[in-house]
Design a protein. Sequence first.
Length: 322
Amino acid sequence: MQAWRVHENGEPGEVMRLEDVEPPTPGPGQVLLKVRAANINFPDALLCRGQYQIKPPLPFTPGVEICGETEDGRRVIANPVLPFGGLAEYVVADAAALLPAPDALDDTEAAALHIGYQTGMFGLHRRANLQAGETLLVHAAAGGVGSAAVQLGKAAGAKVIGVVGGAEKAAIARELGCDLVIDRRTDDIVAAVKEATGGRGADVIYDPVGGDAYAKSAKCVAFEGRILVVGFASGTIPAPALNHALVKNYSIVGLHWGLYAQKDPASILRCHEQLTELATKGAVKPLISERVPMADAAAAVQRVADGTTTGRVVVVPDGAGR
């Protein structure tokens, strides 16, 4: 089979190689899946760079979520077991963790429903307790993680403010349903949020960026607001001033979604059932900006790493883009 492999750490476009290899062999409790679509995530870039919290042995194949097909023909969503990641024609996955792909979504959309949307559901509802009528501020609102949070926020009845970089991404954020879009390149984020909320600030702030985005968040979070930290795509991990959190009465809430697989795996299935219901009703639908063939996967991972993409970029091994 064909698979992209990383033999040394570095930038994805430089270290990923498309090779002919033997399909992986399932271990105890694992199944072999044919990859129908593989969604690219920012962690794939971090894996290539050797900066992810999980460091698989070299050589490895990136790709942390797929829509796949079982040997008996079922469409499923899965997290491949590294080092045999999803940017390949076949993967292995834990049988107990397979999730049924929603009928309402095609393969590429199903592949993008899992990590980003689960992160959004756990973050917004379980960790930040988002309520209908509250104001949700989403950084990188046109990106893969941010676009999911926008849709989930709207589905929860929140007023959603999206922060983006550039006119093209602003247009996409509006199409996603943002009530207000702020272009960080031309607008004053703090002033715009305060104006939109009558000086109160945002109740929940969804931050997959870190760095300056977090600094701005602390300046426009509401009394008893919650800043939800889900990642550091900017490459800069902020050091919060805890005295500021004390004085303004806001919470800094962390989310590492992967821990739920260890600590409370049943909650992931419950969340997937809720997401499937939302997808069936049309309340959520992953924004697929690109469907790329296997040969273009390395360049696609590099674009995600560089932050130039919108929505989700999905690799379709057979090029069909179903």
